[in-house]
Design a protein around this ligand. Structure first.
Ligand SMILES: C[S@@+](CC[C@H](N)C(=O)[O-])C[C@H]1O[C@@H](n2cnc3c(N)ncnc32)[C@H](O)[C@@H]1O
Ligand SMILES: [Zn+2]
Length: 308
């Protein structure tokens, strides 16, 4: 079922739309269409320009097609933005004027219990954005304990990963783990009371499983570099992240692009010939007002790179 009342409050909205710097005749790509909030604002500024919207979630794509029905400037496709180079090649756009990637899950995905993303809602363990491939249920029931421990530790930055992975393996010997709430109980049983006081005990483990199931970090560095390569000189790449792991990867992918000469300081002339390819702007975070209105944006961070 598709929810046409797809709700996602776009994060860092004004700052992102300002940063992408839309020219009415330019070509733009929104790599993560979601509910179309950012896309709508970009689309409104176009006259002869084009906006290509990508999302890997078939439900999001259906909602986006409905929302932008009849808009001749907007082209929507279901794909993984990791394929941005081949997507733009096939469309024959050439280099583009601006690219946005608002990473992670949408509020719709979190709030629709049937998708199994949320530890607040009891549902089958799923968490697949694309609704294809292996689910979170497959991961918790089939992966070796060591691999579960690694995933929960690395992608969730969860220090109780060893005891959580062990508890998952003990539980699944009795019966397969089917639902979000079953998993929450298992996670909670593996953590000391003091560690559960401030945040939901399952928060980090759910984040880890979601990242694993959707392969969110596996090709992210390459995808950011590819997005940058697809820009025209003067074009801007805007990336919004939601947790420190993701932000670190984006920051590290962009940093080398801004580097100029790497010759040792005592060289009288430059022999490396490296010149900076990008101007990087200071990272932007939400203000207190935005956090009050939309608490989910608390950890959001916008990074902008302009191609020189
Ligand atoms: C945070 S939401 C974007 C919200 C959007 N900016 C708005 O204003 O409504 C992220 C969206 O990106 C999609 N997504 C995440 N990773 C993706 C990927 N690798 N390729 C394509 N879409 C992806 C998700 O399915 C989700 O709909
Ligand atoms: Zn040099």
């Amino acid at each position: 079922m598709v929810f046409f009342a797809f709700h996602h409050t776009p994060v860092l909205f004004e700052k992102t739309i300002g940063a992408i710097n839309v020219h009415p005749d330019g070509i733009y790509v929104d790599c993560t269409g979601g509910g179309g909030g950012h896309s709508a604002a970009i689309g409104e500024k176009l006259t002869t320009g084009k906006l290509i919207i990508i999302d890997r979630d078939p439900e999001a794509v259906e909602v986006l097609r409905e929302r932008f029905k009849g808009n001749k400037n907007i082209y929507i496709l279901r794909d993984n933005f990791f394929n941005i180079k081949s997507i733009l090649n096939e469309l024959g756009t050439g280099a583009v004027d601006g690219i946005l990637a608002d990473l992670g899950v949408s509020s719709h995905q979190l709030d629709d219990a049937s998708r199994g993303f949320s530890f607040h809602k009891d549902a089958p363990l799923d968490m697949r954005m694309s609704k294809e491939g292996k689910s979170a249920k497959d991961a918790v029931n089939l992966l070796p304990e060591q691999e579960l421990r690694r995933i929960i530790y690395e992608y969730g930055e969860e220090k109780f990963a060893p005891s959580i992975a062990a508890a998952i393996v003990r539980a699944r010997i009795e019966k397969p783990i089917e639902t979000t709430f079953e998993l929450c109980d298992i996670i909670s049983s593996a953590m000391p009371a003091a560690a559960k006081r401030d945040a939901h005990p399952a928060r980090r483990t759910f984040q880890a499983l979601r990242i694993y199931v959707n392969g969110e970090l596996d090709g992210l560095t390459g995808a950011i570099t590819d997005m940058f390569d697809c820009l025209k000189p003067g074009g801007r790449l805007c990336v919004i992240t939601f947790h420190s792991l993701e932000d670190r990867m984006v920051k590290q992918a962009l940093a080398p692009l801004a580097k100029g000469c790497t010759c040792p300081r005592n060289f009288p002339v430059c022999v490396c010939g490296n010149t900076p390819k990008a101007k990087l702007f200071k990272a932007v975070t939400p203000g207190d007002d935005e956090i009050r209105e939309n608490p989910r944006c608390r950890s959001a961070r916008l990074r902008v790179a302009e191609k020189l």
